[in-house]
Design a protein. Sequence first.
Length: 255
Amino acid sequence: MIIQKMCLQQFSNETKDRPMALHVSPIGLIRLGVNNDKRFNRLNQFLNEVHKHNGNIALPTFSYSYVNNEIYNMQNTCSRLDVVSEYLRKKNKLKRTADPNFSYLLFGNNFSNEHFKVQNYNSFGNNSLIDELYTKDGYLGAIGGILEHLTEIHYLERRIKVHYRSDKIFEGVTIDRNKDQKTTSVEYFCRFLDSDYVPSFAKLKQDLRKYNIVKKWHIEKYNLRIEVVKFKDVLSLIKDKIKDNPEYLLKKKLD
């Protein structure tokens, strides 16, 4: 895979009109510092500097609050993903979106302010943040080789109407930035729990690399390497593969 070297301004220009959803594994930050605190702080600097240079990155801070019958506090509910996501959430509380299951931190000014409003919402539907990423011909990015963690793929599954998922409504209470409480409902494109299969993007990850759909960007200032795919290119691949294998994005449950 050819590595494309970029300065920070080039990266920001690439994501100015085509925002990126960026997934991070701690292993991909090893070059950024001698310990996790320095590495995570350096990543935080990168994200905020991209913001200042008019780039746009959405970073997951999923909490699955309504799924777990919990109150979602936009500023204080922890991310359930990993230590990187939680570290960044604490440093950027006002950048977190209002989705009580699939929240993101938004670094950039080219996102709709609607994503910060507490309201009824479909996480993978029309006018969602993920829909905005797709509509703007955006990118999916991964630090640390975790292309199999691209949750945004569920949006593509919904677009092509896969047979093993459907919208399910969850209700709960959200506390907004002003500490006001509001009861809302959100839809989540769930898999059928009685299926013999579970989600797996392992084959997709392999094929994205095999067909050279993945590009690797190296942000020289931060010595940061990001695997990048165009969101719409992923849809084209999935459509082609799923014709021959309807379970392309699944794997058999272990007994």
